[in-house]
Design a protein around this ligand. Sequence first.
Ligand SMILES: Nc1ncnc2c1ncn2[C@@H]1O[C@H](COP(=O)(O)OP(=O)(O)O)[C@@H](O)[C@H]1O
Ligand SMILES: Cc1ncc(COP(=O)(O)OP(=O)(O)O)c(N)n1
Length: 275
Amino acid sequence: MTGVRQQPPTALTIAGSDSGGGAGLQADLRTFFAHGVHGMTAITAVTVQNSVGVQGVTEIPPGVVADQIRSVAGDIGVGAAKTGMLASAEIIRAVAGALDEVGIGAGHPTPLVLDPVAASMHGDPLLAEQALEAIRTELVPRATVVTPNLDEVRLLTGIDVADTDGQRDAARALVKMGARHALIKGGHLKGATDCLDLLYDGAEFTELSGPRYDTEHTHGGGDTLAAAITAELARGATVPDAVAHGKRFIERCVADSYPLGAGIGPVSPLWRLEG
Ligand SMILES: Nc1ncnc2c1ncn2[C@@H]1O[C@H](COP(=O)(O)OP(=O)(O)O)[C@@H](O)[C@H]1O
Ligand SMILES: Cc1ncc(COP(=O)(O)OP(=O)(O)O)c(N)n1
């Protein structure tokens, strides 16, 4: 017996670090691991963050972000990639250039999941205001699937979503902007008794509905959903199958979330390994 295995599926997260460990690249790596996928990182920013908020942000130089992408793509190979916190327009432009060079994103062989992170759930900014236009022009057209929450939808499209019809309008707007698929998450829909996410591929809508758990501990939920979709794409799933899987996965993660510190605790992808 040699003990030598074949290289597992690989996924790259281009994201910020959350020192509290609940969101950002820490959530992505946990989720990749729970899917048997080798996770790699291109770090965009280091946040000073805990369960009550973000106390500081240090951006990584754009060239260093791009070099991290080139380095792992050139040697290890990337089965699928996702973006999270990108911090600035300069970093977004550097990421877009590097993605093209290494063949990641719509029109290239390797799928890209765009989680257009704009702020933490405490309301602390994670993206410069003037960087929104760069997300629209540089990254939405490269997205195999874009996964905004309702606040991000409002920032990107100007649409104030109040119901499923609004989710449809937002999905149409993002596909028109160039995304191949749009997944409009419904976690922030006021008064809803279920949690409905809506997927649109430019022709058909798919409603992904599930229970709404009564918990405030959903830190990292958007990251974890997008990372689960990315992991499944890296394993060879189609977009509809990867998204359907992601929705079932995040439901269990929310159900298994836990309190942490004095504020908001994280969702947990570890149910998959525990049971
Ligand atoms: N309380 C909840 N119970 C079950 N699922 C939830 C809950 N809150 C959010 N979700 C799910 O978690 C994912 C992330 O949701 P959302 O809160 O809309 O985005 P974000 O975490 O990016 O702000 C979505 O799939 C959503 O349906
Ligand atoms: C470094 C970093 N990246 C992303 C986030 C967003 O996390 P959260 O506030 O929990 O929002 P969702 O992951 O649920 O979209 C963050 N706080 N820090």
